[in-house]
Design a binder for this molecule. Sequence first.
Ligand code: NAD
Length: 441
Amino acid sequence: MDPCDTPACQSAREIFHELEEYYDEHNLYFQTIGSVLEAANLLDVPHRLKLILTQPKNEIMVHCPVKMDDGTWQLFKGYRVQHNNVLGPYKGGMRYHGEVKLDEVKTLALLMTMKCALARLPYGGAKGALKIDPRAVSKDELERVTRRLTAALGNNIGPDYDIPAPDMGTNSQIMAWMADTYINFAESSNKVTARGVVTGKPLEFGGSAGREKATGQGLVYVLDAMLPGMKMDLSELSCSLIGYGNVGSWTGRLLQARGTRLKAVMDHTGAIRNAHGIDAEKLALYVAQTGGVKGYTEADAIDEPDFYSTPVDLFIPAALEQMVDLEHAERLQCKVLVEAANAPTTPRAERHLLAKGIEVLPAILCNAGGVTVSYFEWKQNRQSETWDEELVDERLRTVMTRSAQRVLDTAARLNCNMRMASYAAAIEHIDKVYEMRGVFP
Ligand code: NAD
């Protein structure tokens, strides 16, 4: 295949040569940093900023030996990548997945830096992962490996330094075990604020109202801000979703409450469709009981090509990275692709969609609701406050609406697409802070 000659690839290639680093053009990290550098090239920012953003500050890898229920031992690989902390403590989710790789974690950490900067949160970007299939182990095994991972990360995490949260394959229970383990190691004078080491905790143990639904809720607020400019109204639209976990199921339910019809859903178990609409609430109950959408009787089972070619207004990937490739993009019949998952669209697919007149709303804008309410949780923990859901939602709406407006203004000013505009708006903020702080020493 010919070398990629897009501005994103050229930007990344130049920097990787300068750093004398190996690169692979098909690698997700290379593609993502390429896009970020392309956006930086639209701005008048110093070269040193591009160098800094190209590599994460720290890449931590740990190995956790854990005794399984049957008495055998397994060694699990854990990661924490801390991309940048010029805006504040590192912040980002912990992913549990059987096929997770370092470059995926690096990509997600970079996106967290961009996401927090775009939303103007006082956080840097990080991401962690454990190479494990959480569905294939018992609850006791999951607890032991989580506690061992937390202990292995030690002072590489902390409420003032690096604050994990739930992501794919993790939930509030796992956050509770992480917090409890960390608190047990904390100095007695720090025990009160130590639970702020993670966010996304259960409500009874320092969690925030509205955190579980936050990513879906934030996405709905972004659509509220973006759709009027495209002459669209949620109450008249249809959608389909990839993924019906935390983000997918909340997005489906909250959109349904606003009058949007859910036509098709695909997850790791299969795909279903009902042109008259799938009840998002009933499907959420079904998935909670069975583990997936397969076998749901109030919709037809369909194959993957049919899922992608189902005509809808909003196509919303809320599962893994890179699921919408060129072949899938060629099938899509939607008006807007709304990225709820991180990096779900390949660069080639995105170019194809934009050429076809399909708008692509980027993940760092659409799914920032999760980290925003995580920030509210961290703030409540530090101030020993408890906010009610109305207050959380109101503040979340303000953050998401301002971010959406920032992206629209930047797109108009730089005459670029939404992804370039969202990265540019983030980079401008990071650049200003480096300008004021300087680069140590
Ligand atoms: P989750 O584990 O709750 O759900 C993941 C979903 O993806 C499940 O429905 C699963 O069936 C589906 N899935 C997995 N493999 C699949 C495959 N091969 N084909 C189709 N579907 C598949 O995870 P989540 O927390 O909902 O996260 C989903 C995405 O949203 C991830 O990209 C994550 O990084 C991103 N995200 C999550 C949050 C959050 O607060 N949880 C915040 C921001 C972004």
